[in-house]
Design a protein around this ligand. Structure first.
Ligand code: ATP
Ligand code: MG
Length: 389
């Protein structure tokens, strides 16, 4: 084995760009397996920085910060898809970086992302790329009603404007500052689902069971994963599509592929995230290998084995709104009552201030049967003030 293919064994240091909750859960998992960790994030109180062995407090483009991350780390990954591709490229000249800058840059840009789906033969929503006033004027009415999405920097439904008629197009584009956009046809959704794929440097691919996702106001609210959450034919189709998207990128690392299932039952790919994903958090408690362990294994070039789900699972996202269920003063949600329910697993990200729409944590509920998992999840939701689902 050459040095480039030898596994990085525990005792090595794994670096991550970004200090949010995904970085924090990566750090926890890496440390559990005996690795040292380094986080680069300018925020001194970032969730991952607070728990990492090393925390480099600079921006993503700071040459000294990047040099320090490369010096400390034996390999580097990212938890945030909007890190400048140049930062990944700089690091890659010194240390193995996964996923590669080329793959991350596709995920950063909705126009390139959609071109990739087309190239892979995976159906996506009908769309038009809008970079100029001429392109805006030439939009075909069949794309309306649609959603104008900024090509870059969107998350949790931000940077999106609904467009009903041709007359709405120009004001919508103005409202996002006339930046490069994708106009997507509004599709009749039956449901949403996602697949987490992990691909090793040797091309080995494994995946987590397909997640069924409920979004509210453009933010993931509930994920349900158990036998029968989706028709088997759809599961097979989604896994095959996710794997071809990963293969086409020669991807190394953990990739989430989000899908729409339309009212006629057809599957359409929505977008990809080049990292673990909120919809994969159930794997921490319901699978024998979590999405964060897959991230550690791929970047450390350890073997990948197909994860097995051992419990039915429901994940509830805990948004800052829950702290304000009883008015304007923040109140701690009733954790002890929630944890009195069997099979509840609380994950909080260590963010000091609760704010509306802010992801503060998640609650995984595991049980022997889907019915039991759902029943407990509904009880927990009622205690927390989360709408039933
Ligand atoms: P995130 O990165 O947090 O997943 P985002 O800001 O990138 O979200 P999208 O995934 O593009 O946003 O859209 C957010 C949600 O809006 C989707 O999960 C879906 O519920 C709805 N949505 C987006 N595009 C369409 C569409 N073309 N037709 C119908 N609904 C859509
Ligand atoms: Mg999305």
């Amino acid at each position: 084995m050459s040095a480039a293919t030898q596994p990085l064994l525990p005792g090595s240091t794994l670096g991550v760009l970004g200090g949010g909750q995904l970085g924090r859960m990566f750090v926890h998992q890496a440390q559990a397996m005996g690795y040292f960790t380094a986080v680069l994030d300018a925020d001194p109180t970032s969730p991952a920085g607070l728990v990492s062995h090393h925390h480099i407090q600079t921006g993503y483009e700071d040459p000294q910060g990047l040099a320090e991350l490369a010096r400390l780390s034996d390999a580097v990954t990212t938890e945030f898809e909007n890190v400048p591709a140049a930062a990944l490229a700089t690091l890659a000249s010194q240390r193995p970086v996964s996923p590669a800058a080329s793959a991350v840059s596709v995920a950063q840009d909705r126009a390139r992302e959609k071109a990739h789906f087309v190239a892979c033969g995976v159906p996506c929503a009908p769309f038009a790329v809008i970079e100029t006033a001429e392109q805006l004027a030439a939009v075909y009415p069949h794309l309306l009603p649609g959603i104008l999405k900024t090509a870059r920097m969107g998350y949790d439904g931000k940077g999106q404007v609904r467009v009903k008629t041709p007359a709405d197009l120009a004001p919508a584009w103005d409202s996002v500052g006339q930046v490069a956009c994708v106009l997507e046809k509004m599709l009749p959704l039956q449901l949403e689902c996602s697949v987490i794929v992990a691909r090793g440097a040797d091309g080995t691919m494994v995946h987590l069971p397909v997640q069924r996702n409920l979004h509210r106001d453009g933010i993931l609210a509930v994920t349900e994963v158990y036998e029968g959450n989706l028709p088997q034919a759809l599961v097979d189709q989604a896994v095959a599509a996710a794997k071809s998207v990963a293969e086409g990128l020669q991807y190394v690392g953990v990739l989430c592929v989000e899908f729409f299932v339309l009212q006629d039952g057809s599957l359409v790919v929505n977008e990809i995230a080049p990292r673990p994903h909120n919809s994969g958090h159930y794997s921490q408690n319901a699978c024998d290998v979590s999405q964060f362990e897959l991230q550690v294994r791929t970047m450390a070039r350890l073997p990948l084995t197909q994860p097995r789900q051992h419990s039915a699972a429901v994940m509830l996202n805990l948004l800052g709104d829950l702290w304000f269920a009883h008015g304007d003063a923040a109140q701690t949600p009733p954790w002890a009552q929630v944890l009195a329910l069997p099979g509840t697993h609380l994950h909080l990200y260590g963010k000091r201030d609760a704010k509306r729409d802010r992801k503060m944590g998640h609650l995984n509920i595991t049980a022997a049967t889907p019915e039991a998992a759902r029943a407990t999840a509904l009880q927990a939701a009622a205690l927390l003030g989360i709408e039933p689902f």
